[in-house]
Design a protein around this ligand. Structure first.
Ligand code: F6P
Length: 322
């Protein structure tokens, strides 16, 4: 394999740039040519290709976002557009791809491989951490740290006013961010899509806390919780009785910012491993870090198998908050 393409796709995640740097420089080290594809699948469909060299990824390891930009493409769900993309990749001499993103990115990559035999290796990068086949995705650690810092600040004002705060963190389908943030931020309760807690129980727990002398509390809510987001839950709780509470949505602040050292190292290891996997003739797989080892997982398993939540940690947070 002499020429590879690389792109970032879906929601951006801190550490994507560190990953691009690793992909580009590992490939150059192996004597390959690297083509950067701008704006994910949307740019691929428009032939937005650019030659990348050593300096294309200079001074980016510390930057959040992605210098190649990203996007979510509706067209790429359709076979005729994927055929167009495969044709453009071929014209550009691209023999293999490194796809940096989450499950949506990997579904597109798998379709491209299935229909056109394009060799693709995925690198998991999404703040949500909801990808099977890796202990952590690139960006997750930074997002958790950003949210914990915000919670520490909210706790100051919560304590000063003797108030309850519902703090909503990202995670449309999974509670990984909420659990880690709740555990590290000492939350009194954590509301996750994986554990449905009815509003009545939330209200009773708040009242029990007040009876015990708890004057302020933080309840972390995953955006995908069954009972609704932070605003909705706060509204429902207020309907059950007089509770002085506020709701804060951390939103996209969790997606930006300088990647943590941990994310930079993970991104570097997985980016380099993706290039080596292509060189070894691997395709339709994702590189992930499991324990201390870099392992390959078939792309369909990355979204088809469910990554388990750390139930032990969830139980521990309940014990420690009591
Ligand atoms: O990147 C994942 C994620 O942050 C989800 O947690 C969130 O629901 C979603 O992206 C929002 O993405 P966007 O605003 O880009 O559509």
């Amino acid at each position: 394999m002499r020429t590879i393409g690389v792109f970032t796709s879906g929601g951006d995640a801190p550490g994507m740039n560190a990953c691009l740097r690793a992909v580009v420089r590992t490939a150059l080290h192996e004597g390959m040519r690297v083509v950067g594809i701008r704006r994910g699948y949307s740019g691929m469909l428009q032939g937005e290709f650019e030659e990348m060299d050593h300096s294309s990824v200079s001074n980016v390891i510390q930057l959040g976002g992605t210098v190649l930009k990203t996007g979510r493409s509706e067209e790429f769900y359709q076979a005729e557009w994927r055929a167009k993309a495969a044709g453009l990749l071929k014209e550009a001499g691209i023999e293999g791809l490194v796809a940096i993103g989450g499950d949506g990115t990997f579904r597109g990559a798998h379709d491209l491989w299935r229909e056109h035999k394009t060799a693709v290796i995925g690198v998991p990068a999404t703040i949500d951490n909801d990808v099977y086949g890796t202990d952590a995705t690139v960006g997750y650690d930074t997002a958790v740290n950003t949210a914990v810092e915000a919670i520490d600040r909210i706790r100051d004002t919560a304590t000063s006013h003797d108030r309850l705060f519902f703090v909503e963190v990202m995670g449309r389908q999974a509670g990984f961010i909420a659990l880690a943030v709740g555990a590290a931020g000492g939350a009194e309760m954590i509301l996750l899509p994986e554990h449905d807690i009815a509003t009545g129980e939330i209200y009773n727990t708040i009242q029990a806390g007040i009876a015990q002398g708890k004057m302020s509390s933080i309840i972390v809510v995953a955006e995908g919780d069954e009972e609704g987001g932070a605003l909705e839950i706060a509204r429902k709780v207020r309907e059950l009785g007089p509770v002085e509470c506020r709701a804060t949505i951390l939103g996209h602040t969790q997606r930006g910012g300088r990647p943590t050292a941990r994310d930079r190292v993970l991104a570097s290891e997985l980016g380099a491993a993706a290039v080596r996997a292509l060189l070894e003739g691997e395709e339709d797989k994702m590189v992930g870090l499991v324990g201390e080892k870099v392992l390959l997982t078939p792309l369909p398993d990355t979204w088809g198998k469910k990554k388990p939540l750390d139930e032990h940690l969830y139980e521990l947070t309940r014990i420690l908050a009591a």
